[in-house]
Design a protein around this ligand. Structure first.
Ligand SMILES: [Zn+2]
Length: 214
């Protein structure tokens, strides 16, 4: 019994050559088929080459200390502003400083939205690997709570439990027993921040947890 072979879907080159004998496929069809195979392999290789060269291009390979890049501009001095402490995942905008360089703010930072300043704003973005390259974006948060015994301890436990480095912590309470705890923590990105904030909010007597803009 003769084997039926779909001439356009050989599973191997042997099948293809076998088909020439059994199904009367022309040599030209074989040549076309091989040419297509070679082209596909070349396209594949070009895709790989492109990915590798993109990875090697200065813009991508040079992870700026800030984790932020300005497209088309290299060797710019970029720093994260201390007023709003942007972290990967935040909407950000660059502000050209009077000296040299760009300071990066959160898009909603009130310090950059004065009338005279708008022409000094430029587009910036997080480097693709910003949160992998650097895991210590500093964030200031303020926790409001009902002041009670053990509160600060419980907050500290949550921070420790999430393995979040703490740079500074201070607390005070007023006569109405409202406690304010200010903390500076080092985090990876917004996901990390949301996780820790959610955990803190689960503690009894916590009213609010907020990021601080100075
Ligand atoms: Zn700012």
């Amino acid at each position: 019994m003769q084997r039926t072979i779909d001439k356009f879907s050989f599973t191997s080159e042997e099948d293809m050559y076998a088909a020439i004998g059994s199904n009367g496929i022309t040599a030209q069809q074989v040549v076309n088929r091989l040419a297509e195979k070679i082209r596909k392999e070349r396209d594949h290789q070009e895709t790989i080459d492109k990915i590798v060269s993109d990875m090697k291009s200065p813009q991508q390979v040079r992870t700026t200390e800030s984790g932020v890049i300005v497209r088309g501009l290299e060797n710019l001095l970029i720093r994260l502003s201390r007023c709003c402490n942007p972290i990967p995942g935040d909407g950000i905008v660059g502000f050209i400083t009077k000296g040299r360089g760009v300071s990066v703010h959160r898009s909603d930072c009130p310090n950059i939205h004065t009338e005279e300043d708008t022409d000094r704003l430029i587009d910036v973005e997080w480097a693709v690997d910003s949160s992998e390259a650097r895991k210590d974006f500093q964030v200031d948060i303020e926790i409001s709570a009902f002041d009670r015994q053990g509160l600060l301890n419980e907050v500290m436990m949550v921070v420790a439990d999430t393995k979040t480095p703490m740079v500074a912590v201070s607390g005070k309470a007023d006569k109405e027993k409202i406690a304010k705890i200010n903390m500076t923590i080092k985090i990876t990105d917004v996901t990390h921040l949301h996780r820790i904030v959610d955990r803190i909010k689960q503690i009894r007597d916590i009213f609010s947890v907020e990021r601080i803009i100075h």
